[in-house]
Design a binder for this molecule. Structure first.
Ligand code: NCD
Length: 309
């Protein structure tokens, strides 16, 4: 799949190492545009349909910024209420309509498999911007890009993923990508929110060393990178369950300074309290740099699927 032209980006599971490296190299080339140092009209005349049926700030604006800073334009749906989905239109019909308007679409929806469904019928590339508790491949790509930038490598690192590993789609996609590297993973969550077996089975099959624990402090002692996640309130049927877990882990400056002051701290954001505000001043706090990297990575993906990179 080294030629990305016309391809969908739905999952990281089947993404090969060569493709991953190609995306990382291309993102590096686009960093000058993402950083607003230079402008470009590479995607002039191309239209991105940005279809966000679930809340989003970063991902939607990051895709739209990426498209516009490369000279392309954007049509947008934000929230199901304002769209024909509210009238009962199926996602498949929506996809067949949108392909007449746009050259590529980025879609976020609460249903797992929604982007796959649309891609099956759409004649233009579909990029999964988050399908329920399924995957979030573009976030995982920017996470790998960020780890590499922050630490200078991915191989040889111990990476802790902390929080809601069951419903957190970013850690699902990230795990599939990390399986290409010689990493050690520490999967930290309450038992009720642990990483789905489908993913731990995959890691085992790929001979990735991983440890499952409830103890964040122990993980912090050993991790080069700590990837925090939000407890995904919108996926809980029982509000009391959410209340029970929402403050299960709070990473503070004190914990980091006590156990591992050199650690890199990441988060896909939004944070709801999992990372104390006083962590922001630490050199290792990479979550806002992560956002910036997202624009370069999405520029690369848009250019690649449109055959311009
Ligand atoms: C994540 C998501 O939507 O899955 N946010 C994002 O895209 N940066 C994480 C989250 O909402 O917790």
């Amino acid at each position: 799949m080294s030629d990305f032209l016309g391809k969908d980006i739905l999952s990281t599971k089947g993404m090969g190492k060569v493709d991953l490296e190609k995306i990382m190299e291309t993102a590096d080339e686009f960093a000058v545009f993402a950083n607003k140092e230079k402008s470009s009209d590479l995607l002039k005349g191309k239209v991105l349909a940005s279809l966000f049926y679930e809340p989003s700030t970063r991902t939607r604006l990051s895709f739209e910024t990426a498209m516009q800073r490369l000279g392309g334009s954007v049509i947008t749906v934000s929230g199901a209420e304002g769209s024909s989905l509210a009238k009962g239109e199926t996602l498949r019909d929506t996809a067949r309509v949108i392909e007449n308007f746009a050259d590529v679409m980025a879609v976020r929806h609460s249903l797992q498999g929604s982007a796959d469904d649309m891609a099956e019928v759409a004649g233009i590339p579909v990029i999964n911007a988050g399908d329920g508790h399924g995957e979030h491949p573009t976030q995982a790509l920017l996470d790998i890009y960020t780890i590499n930038k922050e630490r200078g490598r991915v191989d040889g690192l111990t990476i802790a993923m902390v929080g809601d590993l069951k419903y957190g789609r970013t850690v699902h996609s990230l795990s599939y990508l990390l399986a290409h590297f010689g990493v050690k993973l520490i999967l930290v969550s309450p038992d009720q929110l642990k990483m789905p077996a489908e993913i731990t089975d995959f890691l085992a099959e790929k001979k990735i060393e991983f440890e499952v624990t409830e103890n964040m402090d122990d993980a912090v002692k050993h991790a080069h990178v700590c990837y925090m996640t939000r407890v995904q309130q919108e996926r809980f049927d029982d509000p009391a369950e959410y209340e029970r877990f929402k403050n299960f882990y709070v990473l503070t400056k004190e914990i980091i300074e006590k156990y591992n002051s050199k650690m890199t701290i990441m988060h896909p954001l939004p944070r709801i309290g999992e990372i104390s505000l006083n962590v922001d001043d630490l050199d290792g706090a990479a979550y806002f740099r992560q956002v910036k990297n997202g624009v370069a990575v999405r520029m690369a993906l848009l250019a690649m699927v449109l055959g311009k990179a």
